[in-house]
Write a protein that binds this ligand. Structure first.
Ligand code: SF4
Length: 162
């Protein structure tokens, strides 16, 4: 699996957004911005996704949903918090039921602040995330190779080989 590469697929979750940021995420998929021409697809299945895009803030209703989606995604992956609500809770930060940004629940790799965020900023965030994903994949491949080599050496020693 370490040598496997493919176009980055995204899963988008609206945590508790006012829908302002969600509309901008959708705009990225329209012919005007057309991120699909780079192979970037929006999938509904976390098991197929490399990039988790979250809009809106964390509350008690969605905390576990965010975690469940993240846990189902293959590793390595990257998480993007889109909009100031996803970054810190934004204007809803002081609400009684708001815990804050997505970083309260899962590790976030890229924050894209704004209210609402422009499609260009979202695409810029995705490009940054792709760079981080590449680094993570390289580290994962190196770690897997090290594990395989160590395992092979241990087997050779056990068998009395050289
Ligand atoms: S950042 Fe602004 S536009 Fe985006 S979900 Fe929050 S309030 Fe809505």
């Amino acid at each position: 699996m370490s040598g496997l590469t493919k176009s980055p697929w995204i899963i988008h979750y609206d945590a508790s957004s006012c829908n302002g940021c969600d509309i901008e995420v959708l705009a990225c998929l329209t012919p005007l911005y057309d991120v699909e021409r780079f192979g970037i697809l929006n999938t509904g299945n976390p098991k197929h996704a490399d990039i988790f895009v979250v809009t809106g803030s964390v509350n008690e209703q969605n905390r576990q949903v965010i975690k469940n989606i993240y846990d189902q995604m293959p590793k390595p992956n990257v998480v993007i918090g889109v909009g100031i609500c996803a970054c810190s809770g934004g204007v809803f930060k002081e609400c009684y039921n708001v815990a804050g940004g997505v970083g309260q629940v899962i590790p976030v790799d890229v924050y894209v602040p704004g209210c609402s965020v422009r499609p260009e900023q979202i695409i810029d965030g995705v490009v940054k995330a792709l760079g981080i994903l590449e680094e993570k994949r390289a580290a994962f491949a190196a770690e897997s190779k090290k594990g395989t080599d160590t395992g092979a050496n241990a087997d050779a020693k056990k068998d009395g080989g050289n």
